[in-house]
Design a protein. Structure first.
Length: 142
């Protein structure tokens, strides 16, 4: 149904009880889609193996510099969002990468935090759009 967007994950318990599922705005729906694109590896989605991004191809490649990794992520996200999010006119994609210790006492676990900011224009409403989120890549632990 055009103009109606649902929060994911869908509460199937509510659906089976014939209750309404939670509806969200188009901006939130686009943000959900971008997050799914960014965090899904290519081939993971069996009904559309082109869905996702190439980011996870580099997850274990610790030899790349942060600048090379940043450019790779920017290009991968631009390509994937252009293909899979038609409700957004893509503008700028910014990526910042920082090393972060997420370990506990006595054990260090270094991960790369990837902070992403995506700007664009929502085509249906002609309003500016901003998505900001972060995730970790890199399995380095010691």
């Amino acid at each position: 149904m055009k103009g109606i967007y649902y929060k994911i994950p869908i509460d199937f318990g509510a659906v089976t009880e014939k209750k309404d599922t939670e509806k969200i705005s188009i901006d939130s729906s686009i943000a959900q889609q971008i997050f799914l694109i960014a965090t899904t590896s290519l081939g993971e989605c069996k009904f559309d193996e082109s869905f996702g991004s190439e980011i996870w191809e580099m997850d274990f490649d610790l030899l790349k510099s942060d600048n090379i990794l940043r450019e790779f992520i920017i290009n991968s996200l631009k390509k994937a969002i252009t293909i899979h999010e038609k409700r957004l006119q893509l503008g700028d994609v910014e990526v910042h990468i920082n090393d972060e210790n997420i370990g506990g006492i006595g054990k260090k676990r270094m991960k790369k935090r990837v902070a992403v900011a995506i700007k664009g224009l929502v085509l249906e409403t002609n309003r500016p759009f901003l998505f900001q989120n972060s995730f970790f890549v890199g399995p380095l632990s010691y």
